[in-house]
Design a protein around this ligand. Structure first.
Ligand SMILES: C[S@@+](CC[C@H](N)C(=O)[O-])C[C@H]1O[C@@H](n2cnc3c(N)ncnc32)[C@H](O)[C@@H]1O
Ligand SMILES: Nc1nc2[nH]cc(C(=O)O)c2c(=O)[nH]1
Ligand code: SF4
Ligand SMILES: [Mg+2]
Length: 230
């Protein structure tokens, strides 16, 4: 039987409104929808509480919406339930960022369609290790993950779909790995390339600034962490 898109269930870790702190849309008010579950295993991941989707952590939707602290609790929600919830919250942002966890593990087309029908502009943050299922107008940010413990590979089709490639760096070795990826899986000519220093480490930030200037790439400095907002 075909999957009914209206009833597609998504595991939601949190929904909140803030300022986009990363990439091209830095500074734009945005509603974040964070999905639960990621098998990639980046050792420095800042959202490790989203990795496992445990049955014992399932809660009611109201609980994830009222969440004050990061936790591994998640709720099952349909696209329509999320739209209703966002409207009920009275959020003013028109930009919606789907993140995680790894949101590309799920078919995000029903969610994208439901939100676009209400006038929201969509963006997805993904590692590029799962086929990306989004609406054609969704802004795709691929943050490639190379040599991570989960053993997942960055997919050439994800690199081609990316509107923006936002690569996390801490050391010179990462730049060399990224160069290899860009050669093996070329992005579109118009894709924007940014380097994002890992965890605001000064040496990572210095390296990212230096390479961005040399290559005429962008710096994505995780503004929200400097501002100490969500
Ligand atoms: C938490 S991930 C979730 C979405 C998806 N799994 C991904 O990796 O793109 C969101 C963004 O945060 C970045 N990120 C995670 N931990 C970070 C850290 N410690 N320092 C800098 N960026 C980090 C990722 O590279 C990605 O661009
Ligand atoms: N403010 C803010 N901006 C973000 N951009 C990407 C984020 C993410 O976790 O995917 C993020 C986040 O968690 N908070
Ligand atoms: S792919 Fe994204 S969510 Fe998964 S471990 Fe890496 S940074 Fe974290
Ligand atoms: Mg984050």
């Amino acid at each position: 039987m075909l999957e009914n898109p209206i009833s597609t269930l998504y595991p939601i870790n949190e929904i909140f409104q803030t300022i986009q702190g990363e990439g091209v849309f830095t500074g734009v008010p945005a509603i974040f929808i964070r999905l639960q579950g990621c098998p990639v295993g980046c050792p420095w991941c800042d959202t490790q509480h989203t990795w496992e989707q445990r049955e014992s952590d399932q809660v009611e939707a109201t609980e994830v919406v009222e969440k004050q602290q990061p936790s591994s609790n998640w709720a099952s929600m349909t696209a329509d339930e999320m739209v209703k919830l966002i409207e009920a919250k009275g959020y003013t942002a028109k930009h919606v960022v789907i993140t995680g966890g790894e949101p590309a593990m799920f078919n995000l087309i029903p969610l994208g369609q439901a939100l676009e029908q209400k006038g929201y502009q969509l963006q997805i943050e993904t590692s590029g290790t799962f086929a990306i299922q989004v609406t054609p107008s969704t802004w795709v940010t691929v943050s490639p993950k190379l040599d991570m413990p989960g053993g997942y590979l960055v997919r050439p089709d994800c690199m081609k779909r990316a509107n923006e490639i936002k690569y996390p760096v801490a050391m010179q070795k990462h730049i060399e790995q990224f160069d290899k990826l860009l050669k093996a899986c070329p992005p579109r000519a118009e894709a924007i390339i940014a380097l994002q220093p890992i965890s605001q480490r000064p040496r990572a930030t210095e390296l990212a600034i230096k390479v961005c200037i040399e290559r005429n790439w962008r710096l994505s400095a995780q503004l929200h962490k400097y501002l100490k907002i969500e």
